[in-house]
Design a protein around this ligand. Sequence first.
Ligand SMILES: Cc1cc2nc3c(=O)[nH]c(=O)nc-3n(C[C@H](O)[C@H](O)[C@H](O)COP(=O)(O)OP(=O)(O)OC[C@H]3O[C@@H](n4cnc5c(N)ncnc54)[C@H](O)[C@@H]3O)c2cc1C
Length: 400
Amino acid sequence: MDFAIPSHLVDTLAAVDRLLAERIIPAEAAVLEQGFVKAAPLLGDLRAAVQAAGLWGPQIPKDAGGMGLGLVDHALISERIGRSPLGHYAFGCQAPDAGNLEVLHKWGTPEQKARWMAPLARGEIRSCFSMTEPENAGSNPTLLSCTATLDGDHWVVDGHKWFTTGADGAAFAIVMAVTNPEATPHARASMIIVPTDTPGFELVRNIPIMGDAGGGWASHGEIRYHGCRVPKANLLGPQGAGFLIAQERLGPGRIHHCMRWIGICERTFQLMCQRAVSREIAPDKTLASRQIIQAWIAEARAEIDAARLMTLSAAWTIESQGFQAARDQVSLIKFYVADVMMRLIDRAIQVHGALGVTSDTLLAHYYVHERGARIYDGPDEVHKMVVAKRLLAQYGKGGA
Ligand SMILES: Cc1cc2nc3c(=O)[nH]c(=O)nc-3n(C[C@H](O)[C@H](O)[C@H](O)COP(=O)(O)OP(=O)(O)OC[C@H]3O[C@@H](n4cnc5c(N)ncnc54)[C@H](O)[C@@H]3O)c2cc1C
């Protein structure tokens, strides 16, 4: 087993590190203070620098203008750019556009690819994914009630969604809607492309996340679809295949999230260590001299390394054997890495004392905006239950 960085990636990763250090990290304070809408010109400059360096869209297929990297290679880039809250956006691999692009690439018609995927891949437009509904438990999406009915040559979409990330300013939404109400639960829904300028598309609000409603890509929209009429040709993939496609999208998506979270862990770890060695708590004694802090540092290092290896191993299994072979690994990393990240952020805040709860470091931003990690793409409890059931099934039927 070889744990070395693949030789074909060494120069690429060095170039990524340089861009992060020279351009992206120095822009963080301005972007986070101004917000993603006001800071659009600065973000545009960062994206241009990434494109000029040939590092745009690590996961975007080559035929769509990206680097066309496999999952393990992308994961290695993702952990690096995840060290900045601007990283994934600057490199053109931010959720939910990355997943939407993947779906369009695999399932889109030539017309859908030309109209939606190509400009998305170039970073000219953004998109969103609209599945979760306030009235129904998102952890069981077969309960969804948004409908799309055929009326002549059009689908008419009616529904109420929320937590549609990045809806503010997006050019189109991929909407999960019930098209086949009589079918079995997993065959009832389809994906439909709804341009956000369709009459009846209402962005009700950007939902405040612990007080911060954000804006642009960095926001989560509540949306009402009031009889949105879109051409029949906006069906994405086969009718009734919504859940199948969503499932395919989630596997690699969870690897992307986990590696981004590892990046956040590394940044948080760095902040925690820097504070520990610099904060004097007695004459000639810093926090780093205290055993409880030393234990936190050592535990954090072990947990980050474990989380990273588990995630890379899951990525490798998906790449070499397919998603089915990796489904337990993917569930394990989804709750484990999110938990490692949140505990680490909390401890780093503790080490910083009052400074930790201010916006003078990145920690408060992470605390607010990464808490959702334990909820989206399957809450912790659901992943634990799914894995445990499969493990217990090997010992008998008592766990069913
Ligand atoms: C930051 C963020 C971004 C998001 N982005 C998007 C997006 O872009 N598009 C989109 O469509 N949705 C998005 N979501 C929504 C997300 O997919 C849902 O929040 C998630 O599926 C959980 O659904 P819910 O919130 O309705 O919780 P519920 O289904 O109501 O569950 C509530 C809690 O109950 C517990 N629970 C649920 N099921 C079980 C079970 N079987 N056993 C034990 N306990 C259980 C869990 O603790 C869970 O957190 C986002 C959410 C967040 C927080």
